[in-house]
Write a protein that binds this ligand. Sequence first.
Ligand code: RRO
Length: 300
Amino acid sequence: MRRTVCGIDFQNPVLLAAGTCGFGEELSDVLSLDDLGGLVTKSVTLEPRAGNPLPRVAEFGGGMINSVGLANPGAAAVRRDRLPWLARNLTRARVLVSVAGHTPDEFVQVVRILDDAPGFQGFELNLSCPNDTHRGGVPFALDPEALPRVVEGVRAITHRPLSVKLAPNTPDLPELAYLAQEAGADAVTLVNTIPGLVLDPRTGNPRVGAGQGGVSGPALLAVGVHALRRARTRIHIPVFGVGGVCNGGDALQYLREGAALVQVGTQSFADPRAAARIIRGLGALHRKGGLPPLPEGVHG
Ligand code: RRO
């Protein structure tokens, strides 16, 4: 199941999605991280962020809602404390560092701080956090004016592979994916969570402390696979599929639609070993019929 994507050699196509595995260490007691294709870290900002008021996650019938609010130790601490752990402990699994910011310059500064550190192979630029915005769930970086400034700014200072993570709740998703590609992205990650609101029916209070949040879980599978199909009409760079993957068959849906890699998110909260199970499931499907190759025109 090995595949090379954006010049990175992945032993299998299954990664843990950003925000669902911390910086790896948090899951290392329950899961053999080095058996995964890789992981994407929690999004890193320039300054440490304490995050949003508790509770930050809540389950509901359709899946999960979160408003973590980008809680992370900040770029300098990630370089000092977190990347060395990844460098010491992972030899086969690959690591992408997720980067977030309030301005194009903040993205550039984070990448500058981390770029020459060991412990990771590439960056995933999180342009789509639904919980760090004053615009009702539409982050600044999904603006067609702002997106190229972020991607070009980062592209100018790093040779590492860059994937750009977009949200499903933008009518012009294929156009944004195209703008990311033209600005120098090596890949696009589809999709982040969808903004939503879940209330306690007895009190009328929101179930997460910040009020609204990002919705994820099984229903996001259909949204993510659809986003992938739409975006692939406009871009030729690889796509990393994420949203609602609970088993090998779900992962295969993304691969059939042309995803180069698949990320597992919310399912890890229900079962921290979900990613290992999904790799086994894909392995069984692979032995039966082989996994779909990268689509024509998409280069590893
Ligand atoms: O931290 C969060 O609240 C968060 C982020 Br950065 C994101 O990209 N997506 C999400 O659902 N939550």
